[in-house]
Design a binder for this molecule. Structure first.
Ligand code: HEM
Length: 529
């Protein structure tokens, strides 16, 4: 995709900036994979298993015939059903909803959580698409249960869009993690004397993705409580795994790579099973060159202050490299003076999922001592790109998004006089508006989180808020820019999130939507005096 795209930028960041510099750190709370969540002291529980099971149970009520159900976060309202017994769903919802905002739905973070758990804990790469839409009520029931017959399981998976081989595969891919808990399935997992609860694992490696689920089953060494449980009625894995005379499970037992790649494909299909009116994005690949938080501030003394970062994906550290930030002015003119060298220290490195030995390096827009670049108000900026010189005699390289450049409109920007009014629990946004651009509308885009409570549970809602900014009296501070202002209460943009998607300023100019980078107003700007 092309930068900037607030939704895809945010999802890309959650996927690929997992560790190190500027990492949001939401999804890595799955680590370590044997992270034992203290649920009444039950060993063998893990976030990874819970996150994967939650995604499956949410998806499992999809109906291919009428296109309803799928990964739509409706599970939040379905926790009173016998088919959703167990505390793993609450655990997952509690963790993962920290990562939501107006660009990341609850359903997307459920899918991201499952994909990350699988990949970080030894599993295949699960190609990720974004754009899931949250349901606001429970869907129809229909998650398969262990006591159901094989015929009913085959029919249930067919309704979800999976054939019998897919069913065997998907159950094995899921049940390579975790196990069955006594408290949820007392009949299936009896508790030894002296213990309140136990978790009987599906294989001997419940915290990692591997083909032990298949090899132990095929070699007759399995303790899987859904295969060798004392009550054959609930031995659903036994019936499912054996339903093609063990053909599929034998293949998986003998070929770990085959199992891994089959799971990569099917788990991606599982996560991409959404109501038919939802359109998912293309698979999100890391952007090779990704600007982040490129925020222009209007200083009022004939300059703009530009802060921001750029991430170069898969770039090794080098002492001899120089990276230049080069721009074009408001009118599209270039000039040798429109360039500045970027700052970098070896600490400015990050990495993503465990799918290869790569590092991403970050550079700061401006020398590291200042971390900003001053631009001239009279000439401004319209787009930028990067020029990389490895300092080893090789030819320099231009990174300009395939010739497009990276657009940066100076039509609207936040003014440095923006401030926090603690007494009023609000932020006064001062917005510098390029008078000649004559925008038909300027507004602040933010969100508020709410909730819907039903008999089956409480779900989080994300409401986008648009607050219009109006021209203020005595607003003109220079011939070029006017300052428009609005007070916005904290309630419109503060909530539990460690993501940096917070507010942005948007302008409609000649039918085009221009927007600033997202920023945290209360962090970026001082108290009003
Ligand atoms: C016929 C289909 C299935 C049945 C009957 C079934 C049944 C079960 C049962 C009874 C548990 C124990 C839950 C608990 O004690 O809290 C469980 C756990 C689990 N299931 Fe399934 N399952 C099925 C398919 C799947 C699929 C397709 C996946 C994912 C791809 C999956 C992923 C998991 C995971 C990861 C756990 C472990 C949860 C934990 O340890 O907290 N299951 N399943």
């Amino acid at each position: 995709y092309t930068w900037p795209n607030p939704q895809l930028d945010e999802l890309e960041r959650l996927l690929y900036d997992q560790f190190g510099f500027n990492a949001p750190g939401i999804l890595t709370s799955v680590l370590p994979c044997n992270s034992f969540v203290e649920f009444n002291g039950i060993a063998n529980r893990s976030n990874a298993a819970d996150w994967i099971r939650t995604a499956y149970h949410n998806m499992a009520t999809h109906n291919v015939e009428d296109g309803t159900g799928g990964l739509d976060a409706s599970i939040q309202f379905e926790l009173d059903r016998p088919e959703n017994v167990g505390d793993g769903f609450d655990n997952t919802i509690g963790f993962l909803t920290h990562g939501i905002n107006r660009y990341v739905s609850v359903a997307d973070i459920f899918a991201l959580g499952a994909a990350t758990a699988i990949e970080q804990c030894g599993g295949p790469k699960v190609p990720f698409r974004g754009g899931r839409v949250d349901a606001t009520a429970a869907g129809v029931p229909g998650v398969p249960e262990p006591q159901d017959s094989l015929e009913s399981h085959i029919a249930s998976f067919a309704k979800q869009g999976f054939n019998q081989t897919d069913m065997i595969t998907l159950v094995a891919c899921g049940h390579t993690f975790g196990g069955v808990q006594h408290s949820a399935f007392p009949d299936t997992v009896p508790v030894p004397a002296g213990l309140d609860d136990i978790d009987a694992t599906f294989d001997n490696t419940p915290f990692t993705f591997d083909n032990a689920i298949a090899s132990e089953y095929i070699h007759g060494t399995t303790n899987n409580p859904l295969v060798v449980g004392h009550n054959d009625t609930t031995n659903s894995d036994k019936r499912i795994f054996g339903s093609d005379n063990n053909a599929t499970m034998s293949l998986f037992a003998n070929d770990a790579d085959l199992f891994k790649s089959a799971c990569g494909t099917l788990l991606a299909r599982m996560l991409d099973t959404v109501p038919s009116d939802v359109k998912l994005s293309d698979v999100i690949e890391p952007l090779p060159v990704k600007p982040a938080s490129m925020l222009l501030k209007y200083t009022g003394d004939n300059t703009f202050n530009l802060t921001g970062l750029v991430r170069f994906y898969n770039m090794p550290e080098s002492n001899s490299r120089t990276v230049k930030f080069v721009w074009e002015d408001r009118t599209g003119k270039k000039d040798p003076s429109y360039a500045v060298e970027l700052g970098h220290t070896p600490l400015m490195a990050s990495h993503g999922l465990n799918d290869g030995p790569f590092t991403a390096l970050w550079y700061s827009v401006g020398p590291i001592t200042k971390n900003f670049t001053l631009l001239d108000e009279s000439t401004g900026i319209s787009k930028f790109w990067f020029e990389i010189d490895e300092g080893d005699g090789s030819a320099g390289k231009v990174e300009d998004q395939g010739g497009l450049g990276f657009p940066l409109a100076d039509t609207i920007m936040v003014a440095a006089t923006t401030c926090t009014d603690t007494a009023a629990s609000a932020v006064r946004f001062d917005v510098a508006v390029l008078a000649s651009a004559n925008p038909s509308r300027v507004y602040i885009r933010s969100e508020s989180l709410g909730s819907i409570t039903t008999a089956g549970g409480t779900g989080t809602t994300i409401t986008v808020i648009e607050t219009d900014v109006k021209p203020s009296e005595n607003s003109s501070t220079s011939g070029l820019y006017d300052i428009w202002s609005i007070m916005l209460p904290f309630s419109a943009f503060t909530h539990v999130t460690t993501s940096d998607a917070n507010v942005e300023i948007v302008a409609d100019v000649g039918g085009e939507e221009l927007f600033t980078a997202s920023f945290f107003p209360t962090e970026e700007f001082p108290n009003c005096t």
